[in-house]
Design a binder for this molecule. Structure first.
Ligand code: ATP
Length: 207
């Protein structure tokens, strides 16, 4: 089920709540109030209640949320209740770090394939993933991989995205510093750490 008219900001916060709930569960908590969860993840309690109100009622007033049940519900909304396989394209410095990053698993995300054009990299195994030749990228269609992470140089990013779209990819996490043109049915999230850092000095107090 796809919910309509849910603000992107709410969807952006759901993984934050999910991480908070997973941590709370690891600490043995069975119930959590919206104010405790808010403290835990660093938002206001009203914000949590408002976000959750889009999906119906998740808790009983005064009793708090059932940690496990709420985590399960958020996973279902985010479609993380099934293992989501992703392909990584471009195993340079950044791609290598992404491949080695252990943090995807708590969300049920799994980098299941990696591709590069460099013959020195093709055939190597990192974190149990064998780097394949980028000319075989369309093979991900048969493997039912619908997510992709792009970490190729800027000039190769759009072409890579085009191949991914033809191979049936519907979600792209783009680390290349550029805007990707894709059809509406495809979601692209671009992460540009340099651009984010470039905003920071503005907020620094003058000395
Ligand atoms: P970074 O730190 O950004 O990963 P890098 O200096 O290691 O950078 P880049 O030149 O940015 O390397 O390229 C990243 C990786 O993308 C390299 O491993 C390169 O071989 C690979 N690459 C370049 N073009 C393509 C492409 N069209 N398809 C797949 N991989 C590509």
């Amino acid at each position: 089920m796809r919910y309509s008219r849910i603000p992107d900001e709410t969807i952006r916060r759901l993984p934050i709540y999910l991480r908070g709930l997973i941590l709370a569960s690891d600490q043995g908590k069975k119930k959590i109030s919206s104010s405790k969860l808010a403290d835990f993840v660093g938002v206001y309690p009203w914000q949590i209640r408002k976000d959750f109100s889009y999906f119906g009622d998740f808790g009983t007033r005064g009793v708090g949320y059932n940690v496990e049940k709420l985590a399960k519900e958020i996973k279902r909304i985010l479609k993380l209740n099934v293992d989501q396989k992703a392909a990584l394209i471009g195993v340079g410095n950044l791609g290598m770090a992404i491949l080695a990053f252990p943090g995807f698993h708590i969300y049920g995300l799994n980098i299941a394939a990696a591709f590069d054009i460099n013959p020195k990299k093709i055939g190597k195994t990192i974190n149990n993933v064998k780097i394949e030749c980028a000319s075989k990228l369309n093979a991900i269609k048969k493997r039912k991989i619908k997510l992709a992470v792009i970490a190729v140089p800027r000039k190769a990013a759009q072409e890579t995205a085009n191949i991914l779209l033809k191979a049936g990819v519907r979600g792209i996490l783009n680390f290349s510093p550029c805007y990707l043109v894709v059809p509406k049915k495809v979601k692209v999230i671009t992460i540009d750490i340099a651009m984010d850092m470039a905003r920071l000095p503005y907020y620094m107090p003058a000395v």
